[in-house]
Design a protein around this ligand. Structure first.
Ligand code: 4NP
Length: 167
């Protein structure tokens, strides 16, 4: 984990953050929902939040109903429309959080230079209670319990991320 870069982000007035998964309908919009609600009253830096998918499969679609239901049940409000994460996004965004190692390699593959790769992290690497390199598992076509599990993993990791940047 490039801690030096994260320290640099702490000193900015504003940072753009994008969460990335495969379809951009289940995991990354849920992460954006949790993160945007939990950072809405924080400044120095102010967080500008979005999400994307490495695939083009669901561009323009709303979130998966099970995902949206899960975050709304937990009290998070968030509007989402799916988009694909592009090489321009890798240039533009300050902090990129990927859900699994496949998402990570796909994002790094869009711009394999240190100036880009230093901005890309595995989401769960911010969960200090676990070893590095672990994934947020894909809940697509699974039951509601799988989405609940994803929500819990994301909440822990996002708490760690907020602590890293804002505390
Ligand atoms: P996500 O889940 O990457 O968490 O949005 C998926 C959504 C759709 C598909 C796979 C994963 N799909 O195969 O269409």
């Amino acid at each position: 984990m490039n801690r030096e870069y994260l320290t640099e982000l702490r000193n900015r007035d504003e940072i753009s953050v994008s969460f990335v998964c495969l379809g951009n309908i289940c995991r990354s919009p849920m992460a954006a929902a949790i993160f945007s609600n939990r950072t809405k009253d924080l400044s120095s830096p102010v967080a500008i939040v979005e999400s994307g998918g490495t695939s083009a499969w669901h561009i323009g679609q709303g979130p998966h109903p099970q995902s949206k239901r899960t975050w709304e049940r937990a009290g998070y409000n968030y509007e989402h429309k799916a988009s694909q994460f592009t090489a321009q996004d890798l240039e533009r965004i300050d902090l990129i959080l990927t859900m699994d190692s496949e998402n990570y390699s796909n994002v790094i593959g869009l711009g394999p230079h240190e100036e880009h790769s230093k901005k890309v992290f595995m989401m769960r690497d911010f969960d200090s209670a676990i070893e590095s390199g672990q994934s947020v598992p894909d809940p697509y076509s699974q039951d509601d319990a799988a989405y609940e599990h994803v929500k819990e993993l994301l909440e822990s990791a996002i708490d760690g991320l907020i602590e890293t940047i804002w505390q």
